[in-house]
Design a protein around this ligand. Structure first.
Ligand SMILES: N[C@@H](CCC(=O)N[C@@H](CS)C(=O)NCC(=O)O)C(=O)O
Length: 220
């Protein structure tokens, strides 16, 4: 049985990735949520992961950390869930996208932190973040056009690539980023996923503690 250790659902963009992959694939797991800025967070996460970050997947006592490694593990353990596309080129492209998201779009990440409960359409978005946003939207549009037949997600059926972009869909919603045509349709498909709806519901119900001096706070 799996346990997924995650952070606050309102803020933890990295936690959302494996969580939504597990839920969308119908793989049973227990969630253990640890509040950021708590003593329990560092103690519990530090005990299982040398990175000291969430998410961490526990398969029994065995720990896997870092979202890409966790999702790869799930895809290997559950081939029937088809977490990567079946076609070899589509799969390679999905991996390129997930890896690009994993290591890139830093300006967008910094300017638009995930904050599910907030609606902040009036913030100033720096030029570098605007470029990231345009590149992300082009990536979604092009991928849908090339690989999206057979469903509303990037590769038709839901895949790990969508799990990696789900937090971006949430960020774009919070900050009122303009989205039209296939980009809007793609975002709507992600937002309509029952798993995404469940995450959003839980985030809204969360009583989040954020210290005064945290940069997150200015976005509340
Ligand atoms: N590359 C890591 C990044 C994970 C990460 O940055 N997690 C953040 C929360 S979203 C965290 O645990 N922050 C707590 C801290 O920095 O103490 C992954 O893919 O899992």
């Amino acid at each position: 049985m799996y346990t997924l250790i995650i952070g606050n659902k309102n803020y933890s963009s990295w936690s959302l990735r494996p969580w939504i992959a597990l839920r969308a694939a119908g793989i049973p797991f227990t969630e253990q949520k640890l509040g950021f800025f708590t003593e329990e967070f560092s103690r519990r996460v530090g005990a299982v992961s040398p990175a000291g970050l969430v998410p961490v997947l526990l398969d029994g006592e065995f720990a896997i950390w870092d979202t890409l490694a966790i999702c790869e593990y799930l895809a290997e353990r559950h081939p029937e869930a088809r977490l990567w596309p079946q076609d070899v080129r589509a799969r390679a492209r999905a991996r390129s996208l997930a890896a690009q998201m994993h290591s890139g779009f830093g300006a967008m990440r910094q300017a638009l932190p995930m904050n599910v409960e907030a609606r902040l359409p009036d913030i100033d978005v720096p030029a570098a973040a605007q470029q990231d946003i345009a590149r992300l939207q082009a990536l979604w549009r092009d991928t849908r056009a090339e690989f999206g037949q057979g469903g509303p997600f990037l590769f038709g059926q839901f895949s790990i690539a969508d799990a990696f972009f789900a937090p971006v869909v949430s960020r774009f919603t919070t900050y009122g980023i303009e989205a039209t045509g296939p980009v809007r349709d793609y975002m709507d498909a992600v937002l309509a996923l029952p798993a995404m709806q469940e995450w959003i519901r839980d985030a809204l119900a969360e009583a989040t503690f954020v210290p005064e001096d945290e940069p997150y706070r200015k976005h509340r």
